[in-house]
Design a protein around this ligand. Structure first.
Ligand SMILES: [Zn+2]
Length: 106
């Protein structure tokens, strides 16, 4: 996956279009990520009286996972949203580069 935890991304589709945030959790198997402050869903939780540990009811705000196709990486160097390229390093390691300014992202 081209987007990793810790990256800054911009939403390019959906209700939160134009918002930027930091990727908190990457879910490569699902091709989804959870981005700080983006795609908030409100869950209504009923109070569960379970012994001593009472769960209070109320509204809980959660960040829902977003498909990476709705996101673009924001280059930490030029601050533009960009597509990701790869460059081969010595030893066969690949690193990500910004297609706009060619800065290394990893
Ligand atoms: Zn750049």
């Amino acid at each position: 996956m081209k987007i990793k935890a810790g990256d800054t991304v911009e939403v390019i589709q959906g209700n939160d279009r134009g918002m930027r945030g930091t990727v908190r959790i990457a879910l490569p198997k699902k091709n989804r990520v959870i981005v700080e402050g983006v795609n908030i869903v409100i869950k209504h939780q009923r109070a569960i009286p379970a012994g001593r540990q009472q769960t209070p009811g109320g509204r809980i705000e959660l960040e829902a996972a977003i498909d990476v196709s709705n996101l673009m990486l924001v280059c930490p160097s030029c601050q533009e949203r960009t597509r990701v390229g790869y460059t081969d390093m010595e030893g066969g390691r690949k690193i990500r580069v910004c297609k706009k300014c060619k800065a290394q992202i990893d």
